[in-house]
Design a protein around this ligand. Structure first.
Ligand code: GAL
Length: 732
């Protein structure tokens, strides 16, 4: 029987309170809202709210029908993630135990509960989105919010009674001219008789060229599961997956009864070695990255595939990172898929934050290790598993267990586990440590990776004064430079994006302003530092680290002009006058690919004659970039951009409407906090604060589609600037 997988993302009914009647097929649906998933249990302002607002029980209902033929197979409902505990009912009967854990997928075999032949079925889920002490990461305080809702995809899957549960593909001899591939396919036999099954498979490249795997026959006992191990050797002409050319291949496995699955893989060798370095395909790579929380303003974690994928693009292309840590939990499959496609390395870890709970809690954490690895072990981008609770104390038995489990489920990858102290018992392959000291210490283990720095040591808002936003950027530059010079595999800064948090953390408005970007993914100056580490062949970056203003320094004098760039020389003009050609600060930052430019000749004083600034960036003597800064900037324009021209009319797709108030030179005015009033016409809803207060002269709202197609027009007005409009096409 062929497998039939159908998205169940649309046509949910949602009730924002607990009502046990909601499990019953004939219960009244008055008061339910029609929604699509990913869905947040409540939309919130971008800051200034408490976690209590999303900590509640809610219900979701979804009607569906099954053809008669499906009765010959097994019917599963697959949830990619629901926050934080879910009890699922089909036609009024509970489908299995409550699933505890918001970051891992779960499935129920609902065959015995389902009705076939086109009759109505009711799938209902009771979702508890409170901070349950029995479920990681909770039990103590946590510096982030988990929000609520069925915030990932849901599918209905009809398969043969004998079917593939999952596959694990292991590229081998990766650096040899002839490579091999080993694939284990877990075959489940749900019947009451032993079944003999022929399992075949193939490897395909993007152009459709295929290599067959040696087929095998397996005898799967009644009610049991078994691995069928297939392989192929002598593979020629296979291209490696690497950072610049992340070649992906498809592995397809089929049973002779018609069941089949596919996954994407890459051929790459990834290893943290005893010399302290990380090697990708035998090439030494200094890891330079950022931590990412998968939360967004207004919708928490309920961001659709498009936004999840875009974050990977931002990290790889706007921030020139080569690694991201999925702090502190397994993240969206869409995000990881995009990391594979882009060549962005990933350190993925289990949910948790400082606290280790009792035995039952630890069992759940071990289950999270398993769920994470089984879900994600085919991603070439993932190079390290985090199998400790972030920043927890040593716990010998627990971490022997998580490490053994990780190595058993995936013998191809090394383990790490993030602590925040030296002298910890090292049960993992790599000592992964949060060292927040500005001057990083020499590593305490041969294989060592710094997994957090800066963060709460130097919170920085887009609307902080120039001196601070620059110092924040230089903190990141300093640590990345230090990491470049010591025996660490690299450094992953805290963090990519500002995020909502609890009262015990952050700046009082329930935000940790720790990002190099704000939560709207708008850059702070520190983002320009990361961007400037890009290879100039890919993109030229020339970004001033100053606002070019007279009097916003606590010293009374403006410090030297600092520029983040990957050019090799900058000529600076103040007014018409050249202030010389300048080189990057190689002596101060010997280990950065592209050190900042610190130009002492161009400082400023209170009052005085102040002129516009012009930067001319050159590579090998040739002008490649220019930037201008006004000496008397005033808000000149409201800039509004939609990240996408076209969206899908599925009721969940979203795009960012980015907003900036800029001066005559197109530079953001960081203190232009003029509220922007937004309006939408056509198929789409605005998600976000309206009017939007423009913290730091920038920010964003989002547009979510409805089920209607057409064109949505978004208009933005401010009291003093010309109105702006963008149009978005919404298609089927
Ligand atoms: C670390 C922690 C992170 C975040 C960070 C802020 O201790 O692991 O989750 O809270 O501090 O700097």
């Amino acid at each position: 029987m062929r497998r039939n997988v159908q998205s169940l993302n649309t046509d949910w009914l949602y009730l924002a309170k607990d009502d046990p009647r909601a499990a019953k097929p004939n219960a009244s649906e008055n008061g339910f809202a029609r929604v699509s998933v990913p869905h947040t249990n409540i939309e919130l302002p971008y800051h200034g709210f408490s976690e209590q607002e999303h900590c509640f029980v809610s219900w979701y209902r979804r009607h569906f029908a099954l053809p008669k033929a499906a009765a010959r197979g097994r019917v599963f409902v697959d949830f990619d993630g629901a926050m934080i505990a879910a009890t699922v009912f089909v036609n009024g009967r509970q489908a299995g135990p409550e699933h505890k854990g918001g970051y891992t997928p779960f499935s129920f075999d609902i065959t015995p509960l389902a009705r076939f032949g086109g009759e109505d079925n009711l799938l209902a889920a009771r979702l508890d989105s409170s901070e349950r002490k029995d479920i990681p990461p909770f039990g103590n305080v946590v510096d982030y919010l988990t929000f609520g809702g069925i915030y990932r995809d849901v599918r209905l899957r009809v398969v043969d009674p004998v079917h593939i549960k999952h596959i694990f593909a292991r590229p081998g001899d990766v650096l040899a001219p002839r490579k091999r591939l080993d694939v284990s396919a877990r075959v489940a036999n749900t019947t009451s008789a032993m079944k003999t099954i022929q399992v075949s498979g193939e490897l395909r490249d993007a152009k459709g060229k295929a290599w067959a795997l040696e087929p095998v026959r397996v005898n799967v006992p009644a009610g049991a599961e078994m691995d069928a191990d297939l392989s192929v050797a002598g593979l020629r002409g296979i291209q490696l997956w690497d950072l610049d050319n992340p070649q992906l291949y498809t592995v397809a496995v089929a049973l002779d009864n018609g069941d089949a699955v596919e996954t994407r893989i890459g051929f790459r060798a990834a290893e943290f070695r005893d010399d302290g370095a990380f090697y990708l395909n035998d090439k030494r790579i200094k890891l330079r990255g950022l931590n990412r929380h998968q939360t967004f303003p207004y919708v928490g974690q309920a961001a659709p595939a498009r936004l999840q994928r875009r974050d990977a693009e931002i990290l790889k292309t706007e921030l020139a990172c080569n690694i991201v840590r999925t702090s502190h939990y397994p993240q969206s499959p869409h995000f990881l898929d995009r990391c594979d496609e882009l060549g962005l390395l990933v350190f993925e870890e289990i949910p948790g934050w400082q606290h280790i709970g009792d035995e039952a809690w630890q069992d759940l954490a071990a289950r999270n290790v398993e769920a994470m690895i089984v879900r994600d072990r085919n991603h070439p981008s993932i190079v390290l598993w985090g199998v400790r609770i972030n920043e927890s104390k040593d716990n010998h038995d627990f971490y022997v267990r998580t490490n053994a489990l990780a190595h058993r489920l995936d013998p191809t990858r090394q383990t790490g586990g993030v602590r925040c102290f030296f002298g910890s018992e090292l049960l993992e392959d790599v000592y992964t440590n949060n060292d927040f000291q500005r001057d990083l210490r020499e590593p305490c283990a041969p294989r060592y990776l710094n997994t957090e720095f800066c963060g709460h040591m130097f919170p920085t808002k887009t609307f902080d004064q120039e001196e601070r936003v620059l110092a924040h950027a230089l903190w990141h530059a300093h640590v990345q430079n230090t990491a470049g010079g010591i025996k660490t595999a690299g450094a992953i800064g805290w963090c990519a994006f500002d995020y909502n948090t609890h009262a015990q953390f952050g700046s009082g408005d329930r935000i940790c302003y720790h990002g190099v970007m704000d939560m709207f993914r708008q850059p702070k100056i520190a983002a320009h530092f990361y961007a400037s580490q890009e290879d100039p062949k890919k993109r030229i970056v020339l970004e001033p680290g100053n606002y070019w203003v007279h009097g916003d320094w606590s010293t009374g004098f403006r410090g030297p002009l600092t520029v983040f760039s990957n050019v090799d020389e900058i000529e600076v003009f103040v007014g018409e006058e050249s202030r010389g050609r300048h080189k990057p600060q190689r002596e101060a930052y010997p280990n950065l690919p592209h050190p900042p430019f610190v130009i002492k000749e161009v400082a400023g004083a209170w009052g005085g004659k102040f002129q516009p600034l012009r930067l001319v960036g050159c590579l090998k003597g040739r002008k490649v970039a220019e930037r201008r800064m006004a000496n008397d900037p005033l808000p000149a324009r409201l800039e509004m951009k939609a990240d996408d021209e076209t969206l899908v009319a599925d009721g969940a797709d979203m795009t960012r409407i980015s907003l900036r108030i800029v001066d005559e030179c197109g530079n953001v005015c960081p203190f232009a906090m003029q509220p922007v009033q937004l309006a939408i016409e056509g198929p789409g809803v605005l998600v976000g604060d309206n009017p939007f207060p423009m913290p730091g002269g920038r920010g964003a709202v989002y547009v979510r589609t409805t089920r209607q197609t057409g064109t949505a027009t978004i208009t933005a007005t401010t009291p003093r600037l010309a109105a702006e409009k963008v149009k978005i096409r919404v298609a089927k």
